[in-house]
Design a protein around this ligand. Structure first.
Ligand code: ZN
Ligand code: ZN
Ligand code: ZN
Ligand code: ZN
Length: 359
């Protein structure tokens, strides 16, 4: 990709010079002006290496004209068999983009997955084990490739690390999370960590760490001594799951990447099986994430308490950039209810509005 900067370049010429005779194959030649929402508001530091994001960042909005010219006596042939190119689909944008199978380290549109010596060969399904859906042939790689193309990885998956994009949203997210935590605590009578201690006589965090053998459940990296690890809910708080005995220990990177995602949206299929064994959550449940129906059930029985008392607590009446925490929580809860089997049992937002206008 060519960064035209402020000047407008209406012609870009690329010349290949061969040191010995051979064949040169080109794929998907295109030119034009690239535009993308993510590029408009990206921090400048993220844009420094964009020229390498080719072809995954070719979001051409104004197409130019490509002229192919051969120098000397070299003929140009439209021969698809002269070179083999592998393409792989991106988990996010669903585009088929090239990967370099013969030389995995020169990875093209997807970064490598398992690079460290002790992690190779990458045996992760979808990463190091690729399947051709047309022929059902499969391929075992050494380094493997990420699920998301480099563009999606940079601007969507890693967006959590982009403070500019998330500053205001982070505050709202935090208010919603806090609201869900307080609600679960109130509905189930105490913090999950305390409940765990009551039931087992042990500390939740100690048990989860012991079970992890000191390594991140997702990437396997060992945690630095006694620190640098995070308790992950496994089933997301966003679906009303508390931090309980099913929690997993993740490194900081994996934890922030997983965020509110359900296990099926984050882990490779084989990892899900491992997770089922580790946590005792059934595979059916892991494959088909549902809201925590126990909490939903209690909430429905205690609607008066929820509207009159819970939403009146200082945490819930607090304002965040003009938005009342309680209202954010009501809206987020409605989204959870909509994911209940059989649909939302109640319209919480409508109930909230009618109670507010009545009261
Ligand atoms: Zn993508
Ligand atoms: Zn891997
Ligand atoms: Zn990790
Ligand atoms: Zn951390």
């Amino acid at each position: 990709m060519w960064n035209a900067g402020d000047e407008s370049h209406d012609e870009v010429r690329v010349v290949f010079t061969a040191k010995r005779s051979g064949r040169l194959a080109v794929h998907g030649l295109a030119c034009g002006i690239v535009n993308h929402l993510h590029l408009d508001d990206a921090r400048p530091v993220l844009l420094r290496n964009m020229y390498q994001f080719s072809p995954e960042a070719h979001f051409i909005t104004t197409a130019g004209k490509v002229i192919l010219k051969a120098g000397g006596a070299a003929p140009i042939a439209d021969d698809k068999r002269c070179a083999e190119l592998f393409v792989k689909s991106c988990n996010r944008c669903a585009r088929f983009l090239p990967v370099n199978i013969p030389h995995e380290r020169n990875h093209l549109s997807f970064s490598n997955h398992c690079v460290a010596d002790h992690r190779r060969p990458c045996k992760h399904n979808g990463f190091g084990r690729l399947r051709n859906p047309d022929t059902d042939e499969s391929l075992s790689l050494d380094y493997g490739f990420q699920l998301e193309c480099r563009f999606c990885k940079k601007f969507e998956v890693n967006a959590a690390h982009n403070p500019k994009r998330t500053a205001a949203q982070m505050k709202e997210d935090a208010a919603r999370r806090r609201g869900f935590e307080l609600l679960i605590e109130a509905l189930s009578g105490g913090t999950p960590q305390l409940q765990y201690r009551h039931e087992t006589g042990r500390e939740l965090a100690d048990d989860v760490l012991a079970r992890s053998n000191g390594c991140c459940f997702n990437c396997g990296k060992p945690f630095p001594k006694g620190r640098g690890w995070h308790l992950d809910h496994t089933r997301p708080l966003a679906l009303l799951w508390p931090l309980d005995g099913t929690a997993t220990a993740l490194c900081g990177g994996c934890n922030s990447e997983k965020r509110d995602r359900a296990p099926v949206e984050f882990y490779a299929p084989e990892k899900l099986q491992e997770l089922a064994e580790l946590t005792g959550i059934s595979m059916d449940e892991l494959r088909d994430p549902k809201p925590n129906m126990a909490v939903v059930g209690v909430l429905l029985k205690r609607l008066d308490w929820f509207f009159d008392e819970f939403l009146a607590t200082p945490d819930m009446t607090r304002e965040h950039d003009g938005k009342i925490a309680g209202e954010l929580v009501v809206k987020a809860l409605q989204k959870v209810l909509e994911r209940c089997p059989g649909g939302a049992p109640i319209d919480l937002v409508a109930e909230f509005n009618s109670r507010r206008s009545a009261g």
